[in-house]
Design a protein around this ligand. Structure first.
Ligand code: C2E
Ligand code: CA
Ligand code: CA
Ligand code: CA
Length: 278
């Protein structure tokens, strides 16, 4: 029995070492990947269901690692743990603003771009300076940039978050509360913070057509948005049934595979040009 116990400990330590090694390797690869320009932005169009077409784009990062596109959920958590997220988010912010500048220089229609910032990044006073610098470099209209932060971030350090947001708002940047409903924010926070937009998390949208409770929650969130003058976006909209429900409930913007998946930049431009079909 003792022998077996020792073996178990051995294999446990071995597994732990392997998983630590994998992380260290991943971190090294990611660091190098950022330096080598392996990050890429995809853009997911957001639809104004009342005939406005694509009125927003969410920038979603991808990592081109060899011939594989690594999705963010595989590397953002590690980037957050190791602090590399600062570099990832700075890269994303810069890339999105340079893209906006390029569209403007090419006289394309300007669709506001949303960028996700990690809680860790956002807590930092550096965040405000970074945004200021990137806006200066790209010389784009600040209102074309929308920053998405999660409600857990707001809750984690409300005072700091409020300061950061107030400063960003003063620059003319738009603010969006992401993943709404998944955290613990009290509704009073919504009133206190200068959000332009609130995104209903896709976990709520998923069951909206077969779960009356979820449907009621979504109706309540939309009502709240109307009262507070905040635009409501539904994410993860996949079916025509979900779409119809949300539009009937008064949702302002629709994002999801039903309208379009996240697209590489060339495909996104093509999509925007064909968009009058909607
Ligand atoms: P999120 O901000 O909630 O982004 C929405 C996610 O839902 C995206 O996954 C998007 O591709 C996916 N999605 C869009 N439409 C649908 C749909 O109809 N059905 C379903 N099931 N999913 C849909 P993605 O691109 O894998 O990103 C996952 C998460 O990674 C994001 O969740 C966000 O939290 C994070 N992330 C993505 N890009 C960045 C970034 O540049 N910086 C940071 N800090 N985080 C990022
Ligand atoms: Ca988001
Ligand atoms: Ca979400
Ligand atoms: Ca998110």
């Amino acid at each position: 029995a003792k022998e077996r116990g020792r073996n178990r400990i051995c294999s446990y330590t071995q597994e732990m070492n392997e998983s630590i090694q994998k992380r260290v390797q991943m971190e090294q690869d990611l660091r190098r990947g950022i330096e080598n320009g392996e990050l890429e932005l995809y853009y997911q169009p957001q639809l104004d269901p009342h005939g406005g077409g694509a009125v927003g784009l969410e920038a979603l990062v991808r990592w081109r690692k060899g011939d594989r596109m690594v999705p963010p959920l595989e590397f953002i958590p590690i980037a957050e743990e190791t602090g590399l997220i600062t570099e990832v988010d700075a890269w994303v912010l810069r890339a999105a603003c340079l893209q906006l500048k390029m569209w403007r220089d090419q006289k394309q229609q300007m669709v506001p771009v949303s960028v996700n910032l990690s809680p860790r990044q956002f807590q930092d006073a550096y965040c405000v300076e970074l945004v200021r610098k990137v806006l200066q470099e790209s010389n784009i209209e600040p209102g074309c940039l929308k920053i998405e932060v999660t409600e857990s971030m707001v809750m984690h350090n409300a005072e700091e978050a409020l300061r950061t947001m107030t400063q960003l708002k003063a620059m003319g940047v738009q603010l969006s509360m992401d993943d709404f409903g998944t955290g613990y924010s009290s509704l009073s926070y919504l009133k206190m913070f200068p959000f332009d937009q609130l995104k209903i998390d896709k976990s709520f949208v998923r069951n909206v057509t077969n779960d009356p409770q979820e449907a009621a929650i979504i109706r309540a969130i939309i009502g709240l948005g109307k009262t507070l003058g905040i635009k409501i976006v539904a994410e993860g909209v996949e079916t025509v049934e979900q779409y119809s429900f949300l539009v009937r409930a008064g949702c302002d913007l629709i994002q999801g595979y039903f309208y379009s998946p996240p697209l590489p930049v060339a495909a996104c431009m093509h999509f925007l040009q064909e968009d009058h079909l909607w």
